[in-house]
Design a binder for this molecule. Structure first.
Ligand code: SAM
Ligand code: SF4
Length: 315
């Protein structure tokens, strides 16, 4: 569930430098988000991830976390965040019922971090990661988008950083969501396989078994003697569609059945027409599963076919 399209960062692969954000009237209220979330759980969904934009810049998000955290039947409530607010919010989030955290970190070099995020402060995020570790989340995973010529040379540093702290790490191939001018996505592309080659120059990697049962896009590996899981999200090179069991709710209430396709169902229209009624909402959610596409088709050599930016999609 995306809880906002806004963000305090402007990462080069995610947003344009000048962004126009959604008007308040088209954004789901916190009550509508809670209503939709709890309806999914009544239908049997066991895991919800809150994302954005930056979920922690939405005023009142802690109340939403608390409400969702209490839902019976929800086994995992997680969040993907850029980490900028975690020094003060990690502990309250844990107390409110969030079980796991994903924190984005593309570079351990302060100047480069600033260039990639355009506004971010590395030290603040690193202190946020320490605060998350101290708060006792059941798992913390870092996400790194790797771009040729920008942070490809930091793959081993990032691996060392997570191994030393017993965190997990996923490397993500950049996806062509929204038109950006800052770099050419095709020439910045780094495949998961080439990242694995960099890692194995220092750390042997063994694929973890039974991971397809998780249904997520990451494929995990481990290096002997360490607890950390090293994952690869490879929408281009190692298509994960066959096991994908995810759907995404944009903050406008569009239920996207696939990150790389436009198939969607407008849930905002339903919750605004029948505010206290779950019958129509449940019927729409169940029917939407029939239009979940079989796979996505990303082509870096063509103009992006998906005009939504990642901050609109909910990564
Ligand atoms: N603001 C939060 C954050 O950065 O973690 C949550 C939202 S962000 C859109 C979620 C994830 O999507 C981040 O890990 C980010 O690196 C990733 N992301 C954004 N744009 C992307 C793109 N074009 N291709 C691949 N990953 C992308
Ligand atoms: Fe913001 Fe996350 Fe997008 Fe970066 S990746 S601009 S932190 S929403």
């Amino acid at each position: 569930m995306s809880v906002t399209d806004r963000c305090d960062f402007r990462c080069v692969y995610c947003m344009a430098e000048e962004m126009t954000f959604l008007p308040k009237s088209s954004v789901l209220t916190l009550e509508e988000l809670a209503h939709i979330g709890s309806t999914f759980v009544e239908l049997g969904v066991r895991k919800i991830r809150l994302t954005g934009g930056e979920p922690l810049v939405r005023r009142g998000v802690m109340g939403l976390v608390t409400q969702l955290g209490r839902l019976e039947g929800l086994e995992e409530l997680t969040m993907t965040t850029n980490g900028s607010q975690l020094v003060k919010l990690a502990q309250p989030l844990r107390a409110a019922g969030l079980s796991r955290l994903n924190i984005s970190l593309d570079s351990l070099n302060a100047q480069r971090f600033r260039e990639l995020t355009r506004t971010g402060d590395l030290d603040q995020v690193l202190r946020g990661i320490d605060a998350a570790k101290a708060a006792g989340f059941s798992s913390i995973k870092l996400n790194a988008v790797v771009l040729k010529g920008r942070n490809e040379d930091e793959v081993l540093d990032l691996v060392r950083y997570v191994l030393a702290r017993e965190l997990d790490l996923s490397f993500i191939e950049e996806m062509p969501l929204g038109a950006i001018t800052e770099h050419d996505r095709a020439s910045a592309f780094v495949s998961s396989e080439s990242i694995r080659q960099i890692i194995t120059s220092e750390y042997p990697l063994q694929p973890m078994l039974a991971q397809t049962a998780l249904g997520g896009p990451s494929r995990y590996w481990q290096t002997p003697g360490h607890k950390s899981k090293i994952g690869f999200i490879s929408p281009h090179s190692e298509n994960f569609c066959a096991t994908c069991n995810r759907v995404r709710l944009t903050v406008e209430g569009r239920l996207l059945l696939c990150l790389g396709n436009e198939h969607s169902v407008d849930l905002r229209e339903i919750v605004r027409k029948y505010p206290n009624d779950r019958v129509a909402l449940k019927a729409a959610i169940v029917a939407s599963m029939d239009v979940k596409p079989e796979r996505h088709h990303f082509d870096l050599d063509e103009e992006p076919q998906i005009v939504r930016f990642m901050n609109m999609t909910g990564g």
